[in-house]
Design a protein around this ligand. Structure first.
Ligand code: AHG
Length: 283
């Protein structure tokens, strides 16, 4: 699988360069979720597809920007599901964005995720890689290559609260829960990009990121294969938790379509336990 991570490192530099040098704006196409595609989304998707085309261990690719599965090699072992440029509309306002990768072996479902990675394009480029065995590893781009910085471990309880979705469409119990966290002293941190928002919470030791079911998005907004499941592995391996609104581990989700979404909650033990109480979920 090392060939996959080495390819992701190469991709990170190429996408970072595209973000810094390409013209912004919309392409003429829509993605499979019906959203207008920014040129950078399309460009990042092409960079990733080209980079993985010759990686022997990769059997197939599934992109958040495209419908269906792209078969690459019958002899490959892994399917890489990726969101090429998550939160790309934030590039317009010069905030951080990211790429997310889930490496699956077998059927595309949570239990078959063997590793995940994400890249944050911010003032610096950072890469985090997780597998099923160890704590996630943080790498930083220094002098044109990625240097290992540290393992990521979350505390039992954090201080940050990143609450997604339109508040007027939240359920009353969700609003009461979020208000209670703020009343306990939690501080709001929400940029609108899940990569930098989840990254900040993990690196600062803990807290809660939530994207609940809302009246306009009853299944949440974030996509299981490309976003939710890969980050669930990160949080669990860092010592945190990642569940849906029924208390099920996000790592056990079974999408029926590659673009299925799910309500999702990522946090340290204290906040997830408080969430379960607020949602009436048995511990
Ligand atoms: P997009 O790529 O369409 O900008 O969406 C970004 C995603 C995710 O990165 C972020 O956490 C979430 O959407 C924000 O959604 P809300 O604005 O609805 O909170």
């Amino acid at each position: 699988m090392n060939d996959i991570f080495e390819t992701i490192k190469k991709i990170a530099f190429e996408i970072d360069n595209a973000i810094k040098t390409e013209e912004l704006g919309y392409s003429d196409s829509e993605n499979s979720s019906g959203e207008e595609q920014l040129k950078l989304d399309v460009q990042s998707d092409i960079i990733i597809e080209k980079a993985f085309a010759s990686v022997a261990s990769v059997k197939a690719l599934v992109s958040e920007e495209k419908e269906g599965v792209l078969e690459l090699s019958k002899s490959g072992t892994y399917t890489v599901c990726y969101d090429p440029l998550d939160g790309s509309s934030l590039v317009d306002v010069n905030l951080s964005v990211g790429s997310i990768f889930g490496v699956y072996e077998g059927e595309l479902e949570g239990k078959n995720l063997v590793a995940s990675a994400y890249v944050v394009y911010g003032p610096r480029i950072e890469l985090v890689i997780a597998d099923r065995k160890e704590a996630p590893k943080l790498y930083r781009a220094i002098g044109g290559e990625f240097k290992f910085i540290s393992e990521i471990k979350m505390n039992e309880k954090g201080k940050l609260n990143a609450s997604g979705g339109t508040q007027q469409n939240w359920a009353d119990y969700h609003k009461a829960f979020i208000d209670k966290l703020f009343a306990e002293g939690y501080r709001l941190r929400y940029s609108g990009g899940m990569v930098p928002d989840l990254h900040q919470i993990m690196l600062k030791g803990g807290g809660l990121f939530s994207y609940p079911a809302t009246t306009d998005k009853p299944n949440g907004k974030l996509r299981q294969l490309f976003e939710v499941i890969p980050f669930a592995l990160m949080y669990e391996q860092a010592g945190g938790e990642a569940i849906n609104d029924k208390g099920e581990r996000l790592l056990e989700l079974v999408p029926s379509h590659p673009h299925d979404t799910s309500p999702c909650f990522f946090g340290s033990h204290y906040e997830i336990s408080a969430l379960k109480k607020a949602y009436g979920i048995e511990e």
